[in-house]
Design a protein around this ligand. Structure first.
Ligand code: SF4
Ligand code: SF4
Length: 388
């Protein structure tokens, strides 16, 4: 099988014995990343005038280990250097209650976590709109999903660069390129379909106290006076189930395996809509936390920092990222302290959600979303003659 080239810079810094290079900027990982962008060719297809989405994750309120805005900035500047128009984008989370679930709240959190138009050198756009329901419907031959709502700003972009923080995920096993596309580039109705088993929330009349919290919050007026849900108007935002004080709105969460399969189905739809050649990928292997950045805390990293990978294949880059993480010793004072090390995320979720990375990887192979065979080209700006 042909091996997909992936490009890597390490976060490790080795200062020469003479220490004359102590202040050399080429030791900086931000500088190495700028070098990697050029050496990997991830922007080679970008042309003057293109609208280029940098799809990243701003983190939730309280998250401290999402990607630093400095890397977003370096990527935006490289895109602008080509005469193209970068924008930094993210979608809203499921629900309608918390700031992370709507556009204005998402932007507030972004600012709090250091992502602004000034720090990122590009405007911030919430790709699925104010309430997260602005999407373009796409039919997809997925294993479980047959339709997907691709977030509007992603659907209209000329190119998408996935800038993913590589880390664990309670249902996907891990979050990398596939999840950044499959979950991060879709509007709420598809996030609902990925995470839940029903087509629609159901209100239990026995538990309902007629408080009207849900109908006031519903973005489409889908909940009638009798507190039944109109399937034609409901956009599947999950706001009613999340907010009901009586827990009278029933939904069933999907298993980790089903969620992983549906994430990858959705990724296929996003890639099909624009064409896979319009996507490239960066996985940042720093602060590899057990949980996704959508959780409002960041635990200690599971393994030491590794560096940054870039390439054009979402399956190859996720597989390589996992292999790099699994080859590391577990970090002391982490959720993996003293545990087995060859199956990092599988071990983290073994006794809870039973999430495992193989579910996403197998689903991506089934749908031919990429090549699991890769070779890593390690770049060193010193050896490759970058300007100091
Ligand atoms: S929020 Fe819950 S209790 Fe209140 S009206 Fe809606 S379903 Fe009934
Ligand atoms: S009825 Fe549908 S659209 Fe309305 S809040 Fe519930 S999930 Fe959202």
């Amino acid at each position: 099988m042909t091996k997909v080239p992936l490009h890597f810079v390490t976060s490790r810094v080795t200062i020469s014995k003479s220490r004359r290079d102590l202040f050399d900027p080429r030791h900086s990982l931000a500088e190495k990343f700028t070098f990697l962008i050029g050496a990997s060719g991830i922007l080679d297809r970008v042309e003057e005038g293109d609208q280029v989405a940098i799809k990243t994750h701003f983190g939730d309120r309280g998250t401290t280990k999402a990607i630093r805005s400095l890397y977003v900035r370096r990527l935006a500047l490289a895109i602008a250097d080509k005469g193209a128009h970068p924008f930094v984008t993210e979608t809203t989370g499921l629900g309608m209650r918390y700031p992370r679930s709507f556009g204005t709240g998402r932007l507030e959190i972004a600012k709090e976590n250091g992502f602004t138009a000034e720090t990122c050198a590009a405007p911030l756009v919430i790709a699925d709109g104010l309430k997260g329901i602005d999407g373009v419907r796409v039919e997809v031959a997925g294993v479980a999903l047959k339709e997907v709502y691709v977030a509007r700003a992603i659907a209209e972009a000329d190119h998408v660069v996935s800038l993913a923080h590589f880390k664990g995920h309670a249902l996907g096993g891990f979050g990398g390129a596939l999840k950044n596309i499959g979950v991060g580039c879709v509007a709420k109705p598809t996030k609902f379909a990925i995470h839940l088993e029903e087509d629609l929330p159901v209100i239990d009349p026995e538990r309902c106290s007629d408080c009207d919290v849900c109908s006031k919050l519903c973005p489409t007026g889908a909940i009638g006076k009798d507190h039944t849900i109109d399937a034609g108007r409901c956009v599947r935002c999950l706001g009613c189930a999340e907010s009901c004080p009586e827990h009278a709105v029933h939904v069933t969460w999907s298993s980790a395996e089903r969620t992983s399969v549906k994430m990858v189905d959705a990724a296929k739809a996003v890639l099909d809509l624009l064409g896979p050649e319009r996507f490239t990928y960066v996985n940042v292997l720093l602060d590899v936390t057990p949980q996704c950045d959508c959780i409002p805390h960041s635990d200690n990293a599971l393994v030491p920092d590794l560096g940054i990978l870039a390439g054009a294949d979402p399956l190859a880059i996720d597989r390589a990222s996992l292999d790099l993480v699994n080859a590391c010793p577990p970090a002391p004072s982490s959720a993996l302290d003293k545990k087995i090390r060859e199956d990092t995320f599988g071990e983290v979720y073994r006794t809870s959600t039973k999430a495992h990375p193989r579910f996403q990887l197998q689903a991506a192979r089934t749908l031919a979303l990429g090549n699991p065979s890769y070779e890593i080209v390690v770049h060193d700006p010193f050896k490759e003659g970058a300007d100091s």
